[in-house]
Design a binder for this molecule. Structure first.
Ligand code: IPM
Ligand code: MN
Length: 354
């Protein structure tokens, strides 16, 4: 029997409630497909800060190092908002894990599932039969990790990129495109930024090794417009750390609810951190109303990308679609005439449909 060790970091806010549902679904998959999934729970985020004075305890890093993948909830919340910059919960926990494990490739799919086409804020003629965009965001370089200065009357954030950093994320994008619609759009600001000129240059060079994939380019400002105007024209988007941060939130909203979107952050060994895009949602935490689908689909991405379990991953995705087709909805995606279910209710329905 195949045995996989998963570090489970529930974090803060809705993290623990949606994680519980993801585990429920993974347990069902492991039964059906005869896998052994071993969960090692560890603390990070505000909960870790309160217990141990740091959002990323060394014990948590050790647990992750001993695991085959990290399933992550979300961290942070208003309780910790006034911490000084060097102790900021999200920065310490998330950016710390990204850097420590060299998780340079952030895959953020923005998919409109057919039963939810009406949930998109876009006009129906634009949404059509839905769209499926994969944003690949460089995650360990750029302005997030450049030298920082914060003085009384002066501040700066350095934005740098190296050839190798661009090439490795570009390869991930082209490889992904080969398995999809064979199109990559490079999004940058090379009309102004040197780091973007370099980014575009090495994306273009990498493209030479992938003659079957069509490559085009957009400046980030234009990309935000085109994404709204013609989302169905996009397949894979590859972009820098900060532009990917912004563009992926925009794409998320176009699908209707951020509560639906999973993500994977990978290094070159296939090790990854899997987390929902939605954040801790402190306003609805503990109410059993949050949408667990993003966390559940993050589990599906983990099975596929870190464990190579394609069928098992697909089984989860199909179960999600089935439950949506049967008209079950959490509050965030509720429409009149549908059946409203709780966080736990949605998790159970999805597990039952595996
Ligand atoms: C994200 C988040 C993080 C980021 C924050 C919480 C540091 O917005 O994962 O997109 O900016 O990368
Ligand atoms: Mn973000």
């Amino acid at each position: 029997m195949k045995n996989y060790k998963i570090a489970v970091i529930q974090g803060d806010g809705i993290g623990p409630e949606i994680m519980k549902e993801a585990i429920k679904v993974l347990d069902k998959v492991s039964k059906k497909y005869d896998l052994k999934l071993q969960y090692q729970y560890a603390d990070a985020g505000g909960i870790a800060y309160d217990k141990l004075g740091t959002a990323l305890p060394s014990q948590t890093i050790k647990t992750c190092e001993k695991s085959d993948a990290i399933l992550f909830g979300s961290v942070g919340g208003p309780k910790w908002d006034s911490l000084p910059p060097e102790e900021k919960i999200e920065k310490v926990a998330l950016l710390g894990l990204r850097k420590h494990f060299d998780l340079f490739a952030n895959l953020r799919p923005a998919v409109v599932y057919r039963p939810l086409a009406k949930a998109s804020p876009l006009r129906q003629d634009i949404v059509g039969n839905g769209f499926d965009i994969l944003i690949i965001r460089e995650l360990t370089g750029g302005i997030y990790f450049g030298k920082k200065v914060l003085e009384e009357n002066f501040a700066s954030d350095e934005m740098t990129y190296k050839k190798e950093e661009v090439e490795r994320v570009a390869r991930v994008a082209f490889e992904a495109a080969l398995k999809r619609n064979k199109k990559v759009t490079c999004v940058d600001k090379s009309n102004v930024l040197s780091s973007s000129i370099l980014f575009r240059k090495y994306v273009a060079k990498t493209a030479k090794n992938y003659p079957k994939v069509k490559l085009d380019y957009l400046y980030i400002d234009n990309a935000t417009m085109q994404l709204i105007k013609r989302p169905r024209d996009f397949d894979v988007i590859v972009t820098t750390n900060m532009f990917g941060d912004i563009l992926s939130d925009q794409a998320a909203m176009l699908t209707g609810s951020i509560g639906m979107l999973a993500s994977a952050s990978l290094n070159d060994k296939g090790f990854g951190l899997y987390e929902p895009a939605g954040g801790t949602a402190p306003d609805i935490a503990g109410k059993n109303i949050a949408n667990p689908i993003a966390q559940i689909l993050s589990g599906a991405m983990m099975l596929k990308h870190s464990f190579g379990l394609e069928d098992e991953s697909k089984a989860i995705e199909n179960a999600v679609i089935k439950v949506l087709k049967k008209d079950y909805r959490t509050a965030d995606i509720m429409e009149t005439g549908k059946n409203k279910v709780s966080t736990a209710g949605m998790g159970t329905l999805i597990a039952d449909n595996i």
